[in-house]
Ligand binder design. Sequence first.
Ligand SMILES: Cc1ncc(COP(=O)(O)O)c(C=O)c1O
Length: 419
Amino acid sequence: MNRLALFGGDPVRVKPFASWPAFDEREERYALEVIRSGRWWQYTLGEAVDAGASSSAPSKVAEFQRRFADAQGARFGIACASGTAALEVALRAMGVGPGDEVIVPPYTFVATAAAPLLIGATPVFCDIQLETLNMSPERFEQAITPRTRAVIPVHFAGLAAGMDAILDIAKRHGIAVVEDAAHGHGGTWKGQGLGSIGAAGIFSFQASKNMTAGEGGLITTNDEDLAEICESLIWGGRHAGQPWYTHYRLGWNYRLTEFQGAILLAQLERLAEQTARRQANAGYLTDRLRGIPGIRLLETPDSATGHAHHIFAFGVEAKEFGLTREQFLEGLQAEGIPASGGYAHSLFRNPMFLDPALGVDPEKYMALCPNSERACQEMVWLEHRLLLGDQDDMEDIARAAGKLHEARWEFEAAAHAGT
Ligand SMILES: Cc1ncc(COP(=O)(O)O)c(C=O)c1O
């Protein structure tokens, strides 16, 4: 067999994978429409069209938020500057604030825990399930205290969290559920769009996400009053239909520009086809990786009907595979497969939490969240763009992983040769 590329052999792959962002003439056309219309910001609040708008062109942001909410099966969509902003706004609109606790998983991007902190609340971490990388409902229930006001299940990688149990526990304890669907564009739970299940959901359109305008975010909800408050918070505390310089609550300027709205409209038109392609390729790759000793594939519960596959993640169990995760990553990259280890550590280990004022005790959580700790050491992530290619691309990934297992002895041989 060909030697490992890391030690001088030919790599499995030299071609690049699909690039991201994907775009075509639609992004160009819609963006050009915005430039030429002179309507560069939304300039509408609620249904009211302000008479002072510099152009009568319809708002791209207004159209996008309506169409995206529709696609996810939510009644309302409120676009905003980022996924982080969306979390802050959704939590504050529900009345979460100083003195409150918000339960979050530790295997997620910092925003899930930063958003509660940014509005004066305290994040409380509960462990994940190793099989799905999503919040453990049992651990969620154990983390509840009289101060708990909200829970943020993350649909990690685009796989629906265990919403049956989470909703049931939240209901029994009077806790609001905010779905973090930053990875979940086009994803479903029991056929229902992610973000339309809890009291509110949030999405991100930052550059790495399955739909992007470089940056951007959106809140989904079925609750009209909540939608109104979210919109008001994003518009500096203004209210639809009320005088322009009258501000009803302390708000942010978290608006999305019309340029971003234009790009996102085009991206949305491609989402269903791309999601189907990611799902087909992920299914194929899963089958091809099955059976390689030491590769631990994640489970997809029946309720997770539509995986958005923002990330294709799997574990490398060092003992069974015969290589550490770091060796595996180094070897895989040398074979021409771009991969990463994802989160370097559980969220609570971030240096920011050394500040006692944030009220998070990392040591306590190290003991409470062993699955998150293990996931940070074992996981391998492939970006969603790799799933936008064809079956040959999946073959290359699987062949590279298989080659590493078969030739794992080369690592030891190289280490001996070097000593
Ligand atoms: C799980 C999760 N939640 C929230 C966010 C925040 O989104 P944004 O980067 O748009 O603020 C991200 C972004 O990476 C994320 O991965």
